[in-house]
Design a binder for this molecule. Structure first.
Ligand code: PLP
Length: 476
């Protein structure tokens, strides 16, 4: 595993060439009081945004092919959302959810619950994906503490390798991004256990079919239940489409169904983390709709508010809600900004625009086009190992050698270098870099997650510009 470096190269090991590649994007001399991720180099300063484009303080127009980190699903500066935010601000900005509810939180929760067609019965609205994940873990524990008879021994969580669920201690514990965990291993929760990802490109064996690979993964989960004691497991936690660590890996058909069957057999809950892949990113509002499974608890975040306000939610199914209602009558967890009226008003508007502008259809159509163009452009390229995706959520994994699938050494920081190069004025496209693939540290990829309302021309520009940047970094 590579060294952790607090300069932002956590997933990459040592020697990220910050300050050494000659492409520092003109911002490194600027003094900043903000504690950015990269302490030694402030990032580009964005002063404007319109549709799929961001504008820097030097006037550079950057095509935002990633919506930040799969967030800005409507693109930037939609006046309809601005107006909704202003309208709420003019009424009142904040009330404390322990004492009061508000119309915006009520409306958003109803939109969310209704969107699951009866699967979920309540929404718990917070401000970030991490908070939603934390809430899901606590909710699962409380469920077993309040059912009749109680099951207080259910304290183990099973999650997956190469997954990402957030950066606080609880969410980092269920996640398995080794780079991000490295400094904190000793204080992470010991009751979280990890099984393999569903990662066919690297982990499906040559002799295996999809079905036998899925069966092997389900058996591994079953074995983990048996090892821990089946009635000690509280929940299995998984991203429906793996995002930040692997750069978009949709589950194989039947995988999540097989995993849920194991959970059900042993009475454990299924928590699906759709912080990144949910709310339309993969072409359906909830990514699990394409899997033939329903979760007990589900987190959503990025596409919920589209970046217009910090917002996330935990969706809770009826069984869990009823148990708490008949038990203590309260979720033993609350936060100051829960159900924030302005964030909720923004998210309500974002969700109505997705519905009224038929954006899921555009996600599916443009997503197909993006996938096709990525294959046409990159398939033949020597250093592309895998191209994978669903909806408007795609990734390219880079390799030194296509045959052996040998990854680039972390010291080359390939994905981050491509990201930085792509931001140079010549290319001006923002791609999302990552390198937690193979073992949580190695395995470089870039991710594409353009706005749901992007056009064919923009998709074309994204792929073309990204290809030029990749070639500059990795050669012809
Ligand atoms: N869960 C998943 C699947 C994520 O991708 C992320 C962030 O990328 C999180 C949780 C954490 O969300 P946030 O950064 O909003 O706290």
């Amino acid at each position: 595993m590579g060294d952790y470096r607090p300069d932002g190269s956590e997933a990459l090991g040592a020697h990220v060439p910050i300050g050494t590649t000659g492409n520092e994007l003109g911002s490194s001399s600027r003094q900043s009081s903000v504690l950015y991720h990269h302490l030694r180099q402030p990032p580009l300063n964005i002063v404007g945004g319109r549709g799929s484009w961001l504008i820097t303080d030097s006037g550079q127009e950057i095509l935002d092919a990633t919506c930040g980190a799969a967030v800005a699903c409507l693109g930037h500066s939609d006046k309809r959302v601005h107006d909704a935010i202003m309208e709420q601000l003019q009424k009142f900005p904040y009330c404390y959810s322990m004492f009061f509810t508000n119309n915006a939180a009520e409306e958003l929760s109803k939109i969310l619950v209704d969107s699951t067609e009866g699967v979920m019965s309540r929404a718990y609205v917070v401000s970030s994906g991490t908070e939603a994940v934390e809430a899901s873990l606590k909710m699962a524990v409380q469920y077993f503490m309040e059912m009749s008879p109680k099951q207080p021994q259910r304290v183990n969580f099973i999650a997956r390798k190469q997954s990402y669920h957030g950066n606080t201690l609880g969410s980092l514990s269920v996640g398995h991004h080794l780079g991000r965990r490295a400094l904190y291993e000793k204080i992470l929760a010991k009751n979280v256990h990890h099984v393999s990802q569903c990662y066919p490109y690297r982990e499906m064996r040559d002799e295996e079919s999809m079905d036998t690979y899925v069966a092997r993964l389900a058996q591994e989960l079953e074995d983990k239940f048996q090892e821990l004691g089946p009635d000690t497991v509280c929940a299995f936690v998984a991203e429906t489409v793996t995002g930040a660590t692997l750069g978009c890996v949709p589950a194989l058909p039947g995988y999540l169904k097989a995993m849920k069957e194991v959970c059900q057999k042993h009475g454990a809950l299924l928590i699906l983390d759709e912080v990144m892949c949910g709310m339309g990113r993969t072409g359906t509002l909830h990514a699990w709709e394409q899997e033939g499974v329903t979760p007990d608890l589900q987190t959503v975040a990025k596409g919920l508010g589209g970046g217009y306000a910090p917002i996330a939610a935990l969706l809770v199914n009826r069984r869990v809600v009823d148990t708490l209602s008949q038990g203590s009558g309260a979720f033993s967890h609350s936060q100051t900004y829960q159900g924030h009226p302005v964030s909720c008003a923004a998210a309500c508007k974002v969700q109505k625009i997705i519905r009224d502008d038929h954006l899921l259809a555009n996600v599916r159509e443009m997503g197909e086009y993006l996938g096709q163009l990525l294959h046409e452009t990159f398939d033949k390229y020597a250093h592309v190992g895998d191209i994978r995706g669903r909806g408007l959520f795609w990734a390219i994994e880079f390799v030194l050698d296509k045959e052996t699938k040998q990854a680039y050494p972390p010291s080359q920081a390939v994905a981050w270098t491509i990201h930085k190069t792509a931001l140079e004025p010549e290319y001006s496209v923002s791609v999302l870099p990552g390198s937690g693939g193979i073992d949580g540290v190695n395995g470089d990829h870039i991710c594409f997650a353009p706005p749901y309302n992007c056009t064919r021309d923009e998709i074309h520009m994204i792929v073309h510009r990204a290809f030029m940047a990749v070639r500059k970094v990795l050669g012809e």
